[in-house]
Design a protein around this ligand. Structure first.
Ligand code: SF4
Length: 362
């Protein structure tokens, strides 16, 4: 089916709410929360993050910054450090910017209409609907990948979810299905249903309250829904991190360019389009001008990888000891105690945690 469905709408909503009432046991610290700040924080943390991982971060953030003012007044580097490991750092940047905006311009009070909420930096239709419905019980349906998966399977909608037409169909259908008297309850129900019953890989069809009228189940096409138009080819990037050591201090730089991991710290980086051997790296002009003289090659790590939405980062860490500190950048050399307070990309924290090469330096 490629048009918006007209049958079984009421059945869907009623069965979903029944399931929610009798069977939904999912617990999360932000569930039934009415404070828009806490709802916003949980939603931003959960974008691209599993609930199990997000819960720890949510609890940590709420403990440290119980109000939006506390977050707005926090040191940016401290917030980035708290965010470390969650990835997608633009979320953190927007979180800080929006907290400051609300604190400076709205007397610290979160807006209470969908139209005003969606104007805030880093907040799209999904998050605005979640905040508007959960905090203020306003009738806006949440539509994300989970919701589209449930709807596309149950109604057998084959219009690609990433097409303009698909977005329109799923948004309109979601609004039709929404229980306008209890939007918060309905939205939480469909999110929980997608996460615990109509799961991406192995949905629990045999125990599903919607199975009697589910098109995907009837047609035995569960794995064909949702349909996506484009498959995104991931770009491979090769990051050669040089751990430059001098007198128990290490060269650390800050990522300032508009690229992944902006605002985070890292070792000296030489990026290549393809995998190259270590000698090629040590002969690059960037490396030669940085070390500016004699050095000893200590070690090289195994390959580390991090998969992002549109790219895969492949990294190696090359440890060299300088015989004398680089005169041009003397302030970039930090000891391990200071380094532990900085926020790094996940691939580097993974290296810190796993590599004997780094641990041996303690
Ligand atoms: S029957 Fe299976 S595919 Fe259909 S809605 Fe239920 S869990 Fe999802």
């Amino acid at each position: 089916m490629s048009a918006k469905p007209t049958k079984n709408l009421l059945f869907f909503t009623e069965k979903l709410l029944d399931w929610n009432f009798y069977k939904n046991k999912r617990e999360m610290p932000w569930k039934f929360e009415k404070d828009p700040y806490k709802i916003w924080l949980s939603e931003i943390i959960l974008q691209q993050t599993r609930v199990e991982q997000g819960t720890d971060y949510y609890n940590k953030f709420i403990k440290k910054y119980p109000t939006i003012q506390k977050l707005a007044n926090a040191k940016e580097s401290e917030v980035f450090k708290m965010w470390e490991g969650l990835g997608y750092y633009t979320r953190c940047k927007n979180l800080i910017a929006t907290a400051k905006f609300i604190s400076d311009n709205l007397q610290g009070v979160f807006p209470n209409t969908f139209e005003d909420i969606i104007l805030l930096k880093g907040i799209g239709p999904y998050t605005a609907s979640a905040i508007a419905s959960f905090a203020y019980n306003l009738p806006y349906a949440v539509v994300d990948g989970n919701v589209m998966r449930v709807l596309s399977r149950f109604f057998g909608i084959s219009t690609p979810i990433d097409s303009t037409e698909g977005k329109k169909i799923f948004n309109e259908l979601a609004m039709q299905l929404l229980d306008k008297k209890s939007p918060a309850l309905y939205n939480q129900a469909i999110m929980d249903f997608g996460a615990t019953v109509c799961k991406p890989m192995i949905p629990a069809c045999t125990n599903c309250c919607l199975s009697s009228k589910c098109v995907a189940l009837k047609e035995e096409k569960i794995n064909e829904y949702p349909v996506k138009a484009k498959r995104i080819e991931k770009k491979h990037r090769w990051f050669y991190y040089i751990i430059i050591e001098h007198n128990k201090t290490f060269y650390i730089q800050h990522r300032t360019k508009k690229d992944i991991w902006q605002h985070l710290s890292e070792f000296f980086l030489i990026e290549k389009e393809n995998e190259v051997d270590i000698n090629t790296i040590l002969k690059t002009q960037e490396f030669i001008s940085l070390v500016d003289g004699k050095y000893s090659l200590i070690d090289m790590s195994a390959q580390y990888s991090q998969v992002l939405t549109h790219q895969k980062i492949n990294s190696f860490f090359i440890h060299v000891a300088l015989h004398k500190k680089t005169p041009t950048e003397p302030n970039m050399y930090l000891d391990k105690k200071i380094i532990s307070k900085l926020a790094f990309p996940k691939i580097i924290t993974q290296f810190f945690n796993e590599s004997k090469m780094w641990k041996a330096k303690d």
